[in-house]
Unconditional design. Structure first.
Length: 285
C-alpha cells in the first residue's frame, strides 16, 4: 500500500499485464514482472483471452507473480466460453498454484464462436460466473465497473442496478474501466453511494503514451475523450517522445486529483510497460 500524501491514509496501488500472443515473448513479460515487483504493488492483474484463449498463460503468469515475485496475483476469468464442467477445474488449478483473487468478467464474443453458441452460452453474464466462483469458495472476487456506464447498458440507472446486484452476490472489490475525465468518475461514485454500494473501488488509469493508442481502448471501455487529451494527442502527433512524456504527465495529474478526493485504490493499465508504470509510481508518492 502507499500513503495518500494529501489525506495521510493508505491506499492500494496495483497494475495490469496481459499474456503475449507468442510463446517466444513470454520471457519479456517475466522481465516486466520482475521490474514491477520492485514497486511492491498490492496486486498485479493478468488478463484473459477471449473465450479463455489465453487461460493457460494467465494461470502461468499469475503463478509467477504469486509465487516468485511474492506479489498478490489477480487472475482474470471470463464467462464467455466457460462451461459449468470446466469452471471447477479452472478454479482448482488456480488454487493449486496459490492464486486467491479472481476478476470475474463477462468477456467479448470470440471470433471463432458462432452467434448461436454465443446466445446459448452456459454463463451469460459476469454475475453468473461470480455465483459459480462464490459457490466453489476460497477466492476474493473482483468485478469490473464502468464510470460512464457499460456500453451495452440502456442508461446509468440500469447499469448501477446490475452492478449493485453483482456486488450483493459476493464481490469484494471493484476495478473501473479506464477513464480520462475525473468528473465522470466522481459522478459515478455519487451514484454508487446513492444506490448503497459500499464495495471498495479501484480507479483504473491508462497512460496514453502513443498517438494511436486510444482507438481500440476507448471503443471497448466506452470512455469519452476530453478536449484536453484530444488536444494533447494532436499537439504531439509527430513527436513520439513528447507524447510519451505528456501522456505520463496527464495520468499523473489525473491520479493527483483522485488522491485529493480520497480514492481508495489506483489501478494502472500499464500495457506491459514497466518503465511507464515506475515513472507514474515515483511521481505520485
Amino acid at each position: 500500500m502507499i500513503r495518500n500524501r494529501y489525506t495521510g491514509e493508505m491506499l492500494e496501488f496495483s497494475c495490469e499485464v496481459f499474456p503475449p500472443k507468442r510463446d517466444d515473448d513470454m520471457y519479456e513479460i517475466f522481465q516486466t514482472l520482475d521490474q514491477l515487483e520492485g514497486l511492491t504493488p498490492d496486486f498485479i492483474s493478468v488478463t484473459y483471452g477471449a473465450g479463455g484463449s489465453n487461460s493457460k498463460k494467465t494461470a502461468k503468469l499469475s503463478a509467477y507473480i504469486q509465487n516468485l515475485c511474492d506479489v498478490e496475483a489477480l487472475a482474470h476469468m471470463t464467462a464467455v466460453g466457460m462451461t459449468k464442467e470446466a469452471l471447477p477445474e479452472r478454479l482448482a488449478e488456480l488454487q493449486k498454484k496459490g492464486i486467491r483473487r479472481i476478476l470475474a468478467l463477462r468477456g467479448d464474443k470470440p471470433k471463432l464462436m458462432t452467434e448461436e453458441e454465443f446466445e446459448n452460452r452456459e454463463f451469460r453474464y459476469a454475475a453468473d460466473l461470480i455465483r459459480g466462483i462464490r459457490d466453489f469458495g476460497g477466492f476474493k472476487i473482483a468485478a469490473a465497473c464502468y464510470p460512464e456506464k457499460h456500453p451495452d447498458s440502456a442508461d446509468y440507472e440500469t447499469d448501477i442496478r446490475y452492478l449493485k446486484e453483482k456486488c450483493e452476490l459476493g464481490v469484494d472489490e471493484l476495478i473501473t474501466q479506464m477513464f480520462f475525465d475525473n468528473t465522470k468518475f466522481y459522478d459515478f461514485m455519487d451514484r454508487l453511494d446513492k444506490a448503497g454500494v459500499k464495495t471498495p473501488v479501484h480507479a483504473g488509469i491508462m497512460p496514453i503514451t502513443k498517438v494511436n493508442q486510444l482507438g481500440t481502448s476507448v471503443s471497448l471501455s466506452g470512455s469519452s475523450v476530453p478536449t484536453e487529451l484530444s488536444n494533447l494527442i494532436a499537439r504531439y502527433a509527430e513527436d513520439p517522445e513528447g507524447m510519451r512524456k505528456a501522456g505520463i504527465e496527464y495520468a499523473v495529474n489525473q491520479i493527483d486529483d483522485l488522491l485529493r478526493h480520497g480514492i481508495s485504490g489506483i489501478h494502472i493499465y500499464s500495457m506491459n510497460k514497466a518503465d511507464i508504470t515506475k515513472e507514474i509510481y515515483a511521481a505520485i508518492l
